[in-house]
Design a protein around this ligand. Structure first.
Ligand SMILES: Nc1ncnc2c1ncn2[C@@H]1O[C@H](COP(=O)(O)OP(=O)(O)OP(=O)(O)O)[C@@H](O)[C@H]1O
Ligand SMILES: [Mg+2]
Length: 345
């Protein structure tokens, strides 16, 4: 791990080798729009969506772009997918440059955007996939087998969605078909923009589990955007925290959590009385609270290193004749990390 002026980086070697499949180098993107001034007048407005973003994703790895609304996640995905040109900077996907070799990039990727476009409402799920298969130039027999396989994999067959018209699809069915389309030509790289947005827990879970299998069993390289900390933590091997167009921190969920200065909370439930509080104050703790319910005390003590004090605290409480009913030490969550960095920049 090393520190630079602008961000904190975990060094590239993640045990998967140094085979970087996605490389972004100092990507900058400013949108030029018009601010409405009255009905017909407009004033030029610049939105700096990316202010120099650099990262790598290695083969077989799931990297999460985690950040609040407007952070620049979709913009990054669109540049990597050749749907948008950067103002400056470079990016390579599967060895192809996104500006100079867009066809190579497009051959290498499967993309799923939050707002699924391009499906035809009057065609069934299967017909839609056949349409895209033909567009990608897939061999007819291979394509039909692949579609059958994907319909099963994404459980669209179980939902009775294969031969239903797309316009009748629920949100979850649409997301599944979107992922099926991304996987149709079996690409080595997947760019997934909030693939579980608006889905129920079982659809979200299915997609998350599938994403992990695709990376860890099939070696696909996956960039996954989300603003959901819980999801980032369970899906991603490594997280890039992005805020206002910059990467502000990078690492595994555990590494990120260890980066923030955060107190731990010792949470104890004790059968005792006022004597418990006296023990706590005699040990010099400053930040604590005690809530009483008859003879039960719920004690919360904030400390930097619970391991240094816990043994002595327990000994004193037990020696004084009190009974410890439960004890837990609460860790900072990824949400604390997210809020810490969001408030800092
Ligand atoms: N076509 C556009 N024209 C003008 N500004 C845009 C355009 N697309 C995005 N932006 C702006 O660029 C910034 C980054 O947007 P982007 O869509 O990349 O964020 P995001 O991280 O994907 O957010 P969300 O979580 O809401 O999807 C935002 O300030 C957004 O308003
Ligand atoms: Mg977005």
């Amino acid at each position: 791990m090393y520190f630079t002026d602008t961000k904190i980086c975990i060094d590239g070697d993640n045990g998967l080798g140094k085979d970087a499949v996605i490389v972004a180098a100092d990507l900058v993107k400013t949108y030029k729009t018009k601010k409405r001034k009255g009905l017909f007048r407009g004033e030029k407005k610049l939105v700096e969506a990316l202010k120099g973003i650099s990262f790598k994703v290695y083969r077989g790895e799931i990297v999460g772009l985690l950040g609040p609304n407007g952070a620049g996640k979709t913009t990054t995905i669109k540049i990597l997918a050749t749907l948008l040109l950067p103002d400056s900077g470079d990016a390579w996907v599967n060895g192809y440059h996104v500006v100079k070799q867009p066809f190579g990039v497009r051959k290498s990727i499967g993309i799923m955007l939050t707002v699924e476009r391009g499906f035809y409402g009057k065609l069934t799920g299967r017909e839609n996939l056949e349409y895209f298969g033909a567009l990608y130039g897939l061999d007819r027999r291979y394509m039909e087998e692949r579609i059958d396989y994907l319909m099963k994999l994404l459980e669209l067959d179980k939902l009775g969605a294969v031969d239903r018209m797309f316009e009748e699809y629920s949100l979850g069915m649409k997301a599944r078909l979107g992922l099926a389309r991304a996987l149709l030509k079996d690409p080595p790289v997947l760019l997934l923009d909030e693939p579980t947005l608006g889905l129920d827990p079982s659809s979200s879970r299915m997609i998350r589990e599938l994403v992990r299998k695709l990376a860890h069993r099939e070696g696909k390289t996956i960039l996954y955007t989300t603003h959901n900390m819980f999801e980032a933590e369970i899906v991603c091997d490594r997280i890039l925290l992005i805020n206002k167009g910059r990467i502000v921190a990078e690492g595994s969920p555990e590494q990120l959590k260890s980066l923030i200065p955060k107190l731990r909370i010792i949470n104890m439930v004790i059968r005792g009385g006022k004597g418990v509080e006296e023990i706590v104050s005699s040990m010099g703790f400053e930040k604590y609270e005690a809530k009483y319910e008859d003879t039960i005390v719920n004690l919360k003590i904030s400390v930097e290193k619970p391991e240094d004090v816990l043994g002595e605290l327990i000994r004193r409480i037990v020696n004084a004749g009190h009974e410890i009913i439960s004890l837990k030490v609460e860790e900072p969550t990824l949400e604390d990390v997210f809020l810490y960095y969001a408030s800092k920049t």
